[in-house]
Design a protein around this ligand. Sequence first.
Ligand code: ADP
Ligand code: MG
Ligand code: ZN
Length: 482
Amino acid sequence: MEYEAVIGLETHVQLKTKSKMWCGCPNAFGADPNTNVCPICLGMPGVLPVANAEALRLTVLTGYLLNCEIPRFAKFDRKNYFYPDSAKNYQVTQYDKPSTARGWVDFEFSGLGAGTGPDGLTRVRITRAHLEEDVGKNNHFDRHSGVDFNRGGVPLLEIVSEPDLRGPEHAYTYLKALTDILVRGGISDCDMEKGMVRCDVNVSVRPKGTEPLGAKIEIKNMNSFSGVRRALEYEIPRQIAAVQRGETLRQETRRWDDVAGITEPMRSKEDAHDYRYLPEPDLMPFCPTDEWLAEIRAGVPELPLPRKLRLVREFGLPAGDAQVLSDNLPLGQFFELAAAGFQQPKAIANWVINTLAAKLAESAGAVGDLKFAPAELRQLVELVDGGKISLKMAQEVFAEMFASGEKPGVIVEKRGLAQVSDTGAIEKLCEEAIAANPGAVADYRSGKVAALNSLKGQVMKLSKGKANPAVVGDLLAQKLAV
Ligand code: ADP
Ligand code: MG
Ligand code: ZN
């Protein structure tokens, strides 16, 4: 019998706020142990938490970025447990009334599990995203252990996916897509090495084509995105082999050992916690107003993938160009301003992606510091298009625009670069070239078509490179035909 994996991810991300969730302590990484603490985040008796408005805003913004609903009533709950990492003996979280729920993430993916979304994209549904506080960190030394509460009370968002994932690569790509969205949205820096993202992976197997879910096995302790993938690459075959041997898998939590590359049992269903959730009495329910939601909604940035699809749709760009112009937002914005209403957006995209990007890289410059405006790049493309200057000259003009910010038309005038398209003037030069090169003329007339190029070269030389080569070619062919 063939088996398939069913995977759901619980992803915790640290919100990018200046201060912690309930107090004014800095939300900062890397400080000496227990230096960013106060009576509130140490859970002293009698203190009162005050919710961090920026954390609430980032939570709602995440909801919008993940296509979630934002209920008008959410609340906080205490999850009770006894462990040294929480001095309060409970963690404040959202239990039955989370701040956001029922959304999805669409991303590009082509492996096992792909194609569940619109436009050929792959969709993973989001069950909920709720706000909670981080807890302290236990550090173990040779002969003793210590608790660092710097991280205690830091705002976290737990983003729970539906069990929509089917394989290691699928889960890895989803995690990348999700965190890319959060980084772009300014929600979190999502640096997994700094512990800003932690991910629990839930995985089960079932006979392919069947509906019921198998026993859920939760894997913890992955500390990189590729760790998540490797853990699944190990765990899925392990589960399939077990059921094929006739074993019945039981719900359990396993620990990923990154060095050994294996998962090992941590705790089973028998020691499952009863957290005795209860509403947090010290915090008001969170009831966002329509005005506030509208304000946050208006600030939702366009994400790279929808942006890429729009650039393809609106400007007819190839996917590769649209990718570059959505990955690099300033470059893309410059392109859009230059190409708006222009009939040849592809020509502008070429300039932006090749020439402009290269120049910027060379000079370690930023789009924001450019000395010329997007409309001036369009003018340059129009000069080439109208046959006023050659593509080669345009490169020179561009270099000058980049260096001095001078307008392309002015540079062309000043340097006398304008290409001569005036047939009268070019005709004279053609006649000169024909008279001076009887050999080439004879060759051409005897059928050696390539001889035209040498004549063309002569005319270009006579014009000091300013003649419009297309006009020269046409005129020479005309004259030699008679
Ligand atoms: P809890 O953490 O409260 O037990 P759930 O079990 O409902 O919550 O879900 C936790 C995560 O596990 C979710 O991402 C969900 O999609 C996933 N999940 C639930 N059941 C299974 C299963 N049988 N196999 C794989 N993943 C599952
Ligand atoms: Mg869980
Ligand atoms: Zn504090």
